[in-house]
Design a binder for this molecule. Structure first.
Ligand code: DI6
Ligand code: FE
Length: 406
């Protein structure tokens, strides 16, 4: 039993009244990597206090749940800086993709990279996220698009979780783009994913969910549906890149499958909002991609909010549309570009992000029974996490009860 005393706790627990579910002069008791007790220090049961083997002074700092980045493509080879320059001289993201660049150029570099170099480059991108208090992350495949490379990406993602202090949830995104060897044969590629790659991924236990890119430059609604049926038959939950560049009705389809999340959503219409609300699917907003692609159409925030759809925020860390390795910057952008409140933004990287990863029973709030994952901040009020730009006030991270000073 270890005690953390004298902190201001932004529990983000909706059953704790008030903004951020805040508890002033709070205490957290940690046992077996979990939160055994949380509340006002003055109310800490004497029995717990007497069993403490260590006491840590939080010195009035704010404590939040460990941050959760619930949508990333962290593992990939190469970079796309040259494409960035092309876009600055007038080419669009879609034009580059249709000309065989974009995702396909990263596929080429990823296929050529061995597991160790994929691990090393992904670790370099993970480190700055961990330095901002991230304790859980979702990582997708999707730059292999063949069996061997998709499996390699997912193994690298698992290895990151084994070797670094972070909980990793993986998504199989074989349906990210049509690979060159299936040019013009997207249906045959989906057949191949269903008969060959998905079974291998699922039997190796390498995916926690199945994702797809439903888009004019990705896969049709029907192709996505076939893949989702195969995923569901294997007991794998689904999520979807939906309504990023056009309204394909992806969110409605995802809702039929009780998807964990529908992500991007700039082009989401009222029917999609309603479907997400009815299914309890999390809307994951990705302000980094919105910014980097200079999108001007805003996701329907007010409608999502009014329908009670849980909104999560993530980096979408990827080389093409969101080369972002700061979740704090996403809080700022979620507020400034999308007009979320700092409280909504923080819920988006804690409680709602946990739900998007089906981790809500064990993560996402500071509550009894949940993992002792928390971030300790040198700030005066939680809104500072979203307010400051390019400044990292993290004092320390505690993951599974163990402290790692920044
Ligand atoms: N939408 C995105 O924004 C990323 N993937 C997707 O389906 C971009 C991936 C890339 O350009 O490499
Ligand atoms: Fe993405």
């Amino acid at each position: 039993m270890e005690l953390w005393l004298g902190g201001r706790l932004a529990t983000m627990d909706p059953t704790v009244a008030g903004p951020y579910g805040a508890i002033e002069d709070g205490a957290i008791a940690v046992e077996d990597r979990r939160i055994a007790w949380i509340g006002r220090a003055a109310e800490l049961p004497g029995e717990l206090a007497s069993r403490a083997t260590a006491r840590h002074d939080l010195a009035d700092r704010w404590v939040t749940p460990g941050l959760i980045d619930c949508h990333t493509h962290l593992v990939y080879g190469g970079d796309r800086a040259a494409e960035f320059e092309l876009r600055l001289s007038g080419a669009t993201y879609e034009q580059i993709a249709r000309a065989g660049g974009g995702i396909r150029s990263t596929v080429k570099a990823t296929r050529a990279a061995d597991a160790d170099s994929l691990f090393a480059s992904a670790r370099d991108r993970l480190k700055p996220l961990l330095a901002e208090g991230v304790t859980s992350i979702e990582i997708k495949s999707g730059y292999g698009l063949d069996r061997e490379t998709e499996l390699r990406m997912l193994r690298v993602a698992r290895r990151l979780g084994n070797e670094l202090p972070v909980t990793v949830r993986t998504s199989f995104l074989g349906a990210h783009a049509v690979p060159p060897e299936f040019d013009g044969r997207a249906d045959a590629y989906i057949d191949f994913l269903i008969s060959d790659v998905l079974p291998a991924v699922s039997e190796a236990g390498l995916a926690d969910s199945v994702d797809a890119f439903c888009e004019t430059i990705g896969f049709t609604l029907l192709q996505t549906k076939r893949l989702f049926e195969a995923a569901t038959a294997r007991g794998l939950p689904v999520r979807l890149h939906a309504e990023q560049l056009s309204d394909m009705k992806g969110a409605v389809l995802a809702s039929h499958f009780k998807a964990l999340s529908a992500d991007h959503l700039e082009w989401l219409e009222a029917d999609g909002v309603e479907a997400l609300a009815a299914a309890g699917t999390v809307a994951v907003l990705l302000p980094g991609a919105y910014y980097f692609l200079r999108e001007t159409k805003l996701p329907p925030i007010a409608a999502l909010r009014q329908a009670g759809v849980p909104i999560a925020i993530a980096t979408d860390c990827n080389p093409g549309s969101s080369p972002v390795t700061s979740l704090l910057l996403m809080l700022s952008m979620a507020c400034t570009l999308f007009r979320l409140t700092p409280g909504e933004a923080l819920a988006g990287v804690t409680r709602h992000a946990a739900k998007a990863l089906a981790l809500d029973d064990s993560h996402g709030t500071l509550s009894v029974g949940k993992a002792a994952d928390f971030a300790i901040w040198d700030i005066e009020r939680p809104a500072e996490l979203a307010y400051r730009i390019g400044f990292n006030p993290l004092y320390a991270t505690v993951r599974a009860g163990r402290s790692t000073t920044r």
